[in-house]
Design a protein around this ligand. Structure first.
Ligand SMILES: O=P(O)(O)OC[C@H]1O[C@H](OP(=O)(O)OP(=O)(O)O)[C@H](O)[C@@H]1O
Ligand SMILES: NC(=O)CC[C@H](N)C(=O)O
Ligand SMILES: [Mg+2]
Length: 504
């Protein structure tokens, strides 16, 4: 899901960018980068690793300027290992542009080929974000008359991006000598918020994937960027905003509320924490229908993300809530780590059971979601090893049965434990005595209750409905094939139905 941030201020922004990336670290652990603008040129520092490992004092000193963007990466396209795909990306024409992207394009192969054949632009990595930047660059070039650039032209260029790009994208970009641009895809799948802070020289603006980054840096949350909207802040700090999509609708990714976002963020008018509490409430109703709560001795969260749901579930069932697993705070989020071997190993390193809480008890373990089943398989076994009499597992989200193509790395069906399995089969697979899943409608209701203006969500990994309309079975098959055969990607992509190779 990646985290992005952009600041247009009146004093150096390097430290604020760094600190806000730390606040967004949970959105991407693989790479980080910052680009700042000063006297018509950019300085950039990026690389693989966590924010605190990527930036050394010398890197920070080399990032002067009052305007800048930053990124933390959780790869969904290209490869996790390649530091060439760390963001921001840069192109030198027209004007000099840097861009940071959260999301995933569903037509990047086609766009890559178009860019090469028609727009004469070479894409040097397998990242869809580099493709997106070049589409923006081309649209700026073809919409500008002469050298100078104004907000009207910039908004026309974003409209051009909307017309060509498919999928999910929330972006921040800088145009050398002009200013800071932020835009969100017409379906509003990935989040992007605007904040402001008053300084002696005027209003400073900040864009971030989550409100926690704005508030944590002393900015006041102003509003979410609308789906399809672009906001531009010029070098004098003047803000311009315009709807750039012909048609737009808000369909936020529901998995943000389930797991991705920090609970202290508010996205599209919905508190992530409250949504998780509601999910706990509705899950409790469902469990109560199937078994008397008195049969459960203790409710336990799987730290961290399931805590709000588990606590409320325990309240509703009137069963004691206990912390039976202690998390090593120095190990990152398992789900967003690249590669199954490292994910599996890290569950045991990360979570350890307190035996006294398990001995001869019927325990109800609550997690926010079960995706590959890496966590639940290990945790159930750990609970048994710690002496539990019976282990019941509950997921605050419904079964994840379908790939995600909008910025979450779950592209193949076979890696999802719920794909092609019944609930009983999944229960057997994770080794639990019973398994409860949230109902899909209850999950949507839990989030929608908090902002009734949102009628639809991108819930594709749960219901298989892909809101952008271009994700066919053939597309998913191709994605799956590419994931299983990375050498195909390296050699220029699959030519199914395209009629040309992306690298031709
Ligand atoms: O079924 P799986 O493939 O294991 O994925 C689901 C698990 O991964 C996430 O935890 P993670 O450790 O990433 O982060 P957290 O500390 O925020 O819960 C999520 O909260 C579940 O626990
Ligand atoms: N999770 C994301 O937002 C990923 C952004 C982009 N698709 C990448 O792979 O770098
Ligand atoms: Mg977890």
């Amino acid at each position: 899901m990646c985290g992005i941030v952009g600041i247009a201020g009146f004093s150096p922004v390097n430290q604020v960018l760094y600190d806000s990336l730390l606040l967004l670290q949970h959105r991407g652990q693989d790479a980080a980068g910052i680009a700042t603008a000063h006297s018509n040129s950019f300085s950039m520092s990026k690389g693989n690793g966590l924010v605190r490992d990527v930036f050394r004092t010398r890197n920070m000193r080399s990032l002067p300027g009052n305007m800048g963007i930053g990124h933390v990466r959780y790869p969904t396209a290209g490869s996790a290992a390649s530091s060439d795909e760390a963001q921001p990306f840069y192109v030198n024409a027209p004007y000099g542009l840097v861009l940071a992207h959260n999301g995933n394009l569903t037509n990047s192969e086609r766009l890559k080929a178009e860019l090469f054949k028609n727009d004469r632009r070479h894409i040097n990595t397998n990242s869809d974000s580099e493709v997106l930047l070049n589409v923006l660059a081309h649209e700026l070039q073809s919409n500008a008359s002469g050298y100078s650039l104004d907000p009207v032209t910039i908004f026309r260029a974003v409209a051009g991006v909307h017309a060509r790009a498919r999928g999910a994208y929330a972006c921040v970009a800088q145009i050398a000598g002009y200013g800071l641009l932020a835009f969100r895809d017409p379906f509003g799948i990935r989040p992007l918020a605007l904040g402001k802070a008053e300084s002696e020289q005027g209003t400073e603006y900040m864009f971030a994937s989550e409100s926690v980054a704005l508030v944590g840096m002393g900015f006041e949350f102003v509003r979410d960027i609308e789906p399809g909207e672009a906001v531009f802040v010029d070098l004098d700090g003047k803000l311009y905003a315009q709807q750039c999509a012909e048609k737009s609708s808000l369909n936020p990714c529901i998995f943000e509320y389930v797991y991705l976002a920090r609970p202290d963020s508010v996205m599209d008018g919905i508190s992530v924490y409250e949504a998780r509490v509601k999910m706990g409430e509705y899950l409790a109703d469902q469990i109560r229908k199937s078994m008397p709560p008195s049969e459960i001795d203790v409710v336990m969260p799987i730290p961290d993300s399931s805590r709000p749901a588990a606590l409320e579930l325990a309240n509703q069932l009137d069963v004691p809530y206990r912390e039976g697993f202690i998390k090593n705070r120095y190990i990152g989020r398992t789900f967003i780590m690249p590669g199954q071997a490292v994910r599996k190993k890290s569950v045991r390193q990360k979570l350890n059971a307190i035996s006294v809480e398990f001995k001869n008890k019927t325990v109800l373990l609550v997690d926010d979601s079960i995706v590959r089943g890496t966590t639940s398989r290990e945790i159930v076994q750990m609970a048994r090893e710690a002496g539990a009499k019976k282990v019941i597992f509950a997921s605050a989200a419904p079964p994840v049965r379908f790939p995600n193509v909008y910025g979450i790395d779950m592209p193949t069906r076979d890696e999802l434990i719920a794909s092609g399995r019944t609930d009983d089969e999944i229960c057997a697979e994770i080794g639990a005595d019973a398994l409860f899943y949230q109902d899909i409608e209850d999950m949507k209701r839990a989030v929608r209750d908090l902002n009734p203006k949102i009628q639809t969500f991108d819930a594709s990994c749960f219901d298989g409905h892909y809101i952008t309309g271009d994700v066919t079975t053939e597309y998913l098959d191709r994605l799956e094939y590419m994931r299983k055969h990375p050498e195909v990607l390296e050699s220029g992509g699959l030519q199914m139905n395209l009629g040309y190779s992306a690298n031709q």
